[in-house]
Design a protein around this ligand. Structure first.
Ligand SMILES: C[S@@+](CC[C@H](N)C(=O)[O-])C[C@H]1O[C@@H](n2cnc3c(N)ncnc32)[C@H](O)[C@@H]1O
Ligand SMILES: [Zn+2]
Length: 153
């Protein structure tokens, strides 16, 4: 039985949820797409808008997942995700469970956006207790906190 199904998301439009219990470490769904070069991404403006669908495979190639056949594109971001993105040999990307996931729980991962990439354009509505309000990768969230703290000085 497939581990996931498409749902109307609590976070944004459509998403995926667990169709059954999922064990920590289980590969849930492959993130499919078409390989493009870093050069193509830099030279073609359309990829600027597709930032949420691009995954870096290595220094030369990215995976563009903005295709209907890529069901994994529907997974939303969360500040408290239950999945992570793992690559195999820098060519195949799997969305993998970071912990045990209950049936019907929405699947999410950290989109990994850097703080510098216009964080204010990406408001986060993940509703988790530790939501920082913007889609910013975990390692950069302290910078948001610093800004918030300054406002109270
Ligand atoms: C890769 S799509 C995810 C699927 C999307 N929910 C849909 O139905 O098309 C990424 C887009 O979903 C939205 N999104 C994903 N996670 C979000 C979040 N935590 N808060 C707000 N919007 C989110 C943003 O608009 C983002 O650009
Ligand atoms: Zn959030």
């Amino acid at each position: 039985m497939k581990a996931y199904k498409i749902i109307k998301s609590n976070i944004h439009r459509e998403g995926l949820c667990a169709a059954r219990k999922i064990k920590k470490g289980e590969k849930i769904i492959e993130y499919k797409g078409k390989k493009i070069t870093q050069k193509q991404a830099d030279e073609n403006n359309k990829y600027g808008y597709k930032i949420t669908y691009l995954f870096e495979l290595n220094k030369k190639y990215l995976l563009d997942g903005d295709y209907k056949f890529n069901t994994a594109r529907l997974i939303n971001h969360s500040c408290n995700p239950n999945c992570e993105v793992l690559d195999e040999y820098k060519s195949v990307i799997w969305i993998t469970a970071m912990r045990d996931i209950k049936k019907d729980e929405e699947l999410s991962y950290d989109y990994g956006f850097s703080f510098d990439c216009d964080y204010k354009d990406h408001i986060c509505k993940c509703k988790s207790k530790n939501c920082v309000g913007f889609i910013v990768r975990e390692g950069s969230r302290w910078r948001l906190k610093k800004i918030k703290d300054k406002k109270f000085i």
